[in-house]
Design a protein around this ligand. Structure first.
Ligand SMILES: Cc1cc2nc3c(=O)[nH]c(=O)nc-3n(C[C@H](O)[C@H](O)[C@H](O)COP(=O)(O)O)c2cc1C
Length: 172
């Protein structure tokens, strides 16, 4: 199972469109996929203590642990991913161990294209995740309404999905 985590809390999120596009592609290539949307299933702020016992945190941990691969769709905030995905990783910690992880970002401008690296580094160093070396980085002009409207980003989503599946099978 490939788990897609959408971390934007915005009701009209563009990174959620990327998450859905990846799920559509997974379906096309016959892979089972699940979406975990942090805007739908809210998580408590990580306090390093009682928050680990929250039912939604435990559910997310279980799904991450079960997944063969995880694709993260996140907004760029302040030259980094948003706090919601950092919080989710803090809460689920060791469930990420040895997972293959792909990253898809929605941003306001081109200048923040390195913003996936903080999360990628922490997943590699903390949990020995294998980061798929093929990021998606999309800005506003790649979307129309609630649709992806950019063939090159669509192709990159397809490539990320296929490469993530290939790597997770190869490493299984
Ligand atoms: C608090 C905040 C900080 C942001 N910081 C950046 C930034 O550093 N670089 C950037 O390119 N866009 C930045 N943006 C723009 C968002 O990345 C953009 O709106 C993107 O579409 C958000 O993803 P979403 O639509 O999935 O929520 C910021 C937006 C907000 C609300």
């Amino acid at each position: 199972m490939i788990l897609v985590i959408s971390s934007s809390l915005h009701p009209d999120s563009r990174s959620r469109i990327l998450a859905r596009a990846s799920i559509d592609r997974l379906a096309e290539i016959g892979e089972s996929a699940e979406l975990f949307d942090l805007a739908v299933t809210s998580l408590p702020a990580c306090d390093g203590a009682s928050a680990y016992g929250d039912a939604n945190v435990q559910e997310l941990s279980k799904r991450i642990h079960t997944a063969d691969c995880i694709l993260i769709a996140a907004p760029v905030y302040n030259y980094d991913v948003n706090a919601a995905i950092k919080n989710a990783v803090e809460l689920t910690g060791k469930a990420w161990t040895d997972k293959v992880v792909g990253l898809m970002l929605a941003a306001g401008g081109q200048g923040s294209y390195m913003s996936a690296m903080g999360l990628a580094n922490s997943l590699m160093l903390d949990f020995r995740c294998v980061i798929v070396p093929r990021f998606i980085y999309a800005t506003g002009e790649s979307f129309e309404g609630n649709q992806l409207a950019d063939d090159s980003i669509q192709n990159r989503v397809n490539q990320l999905v296929e490469e993530s599946v290939r790597m997770s099978k190869a490493l299984a």
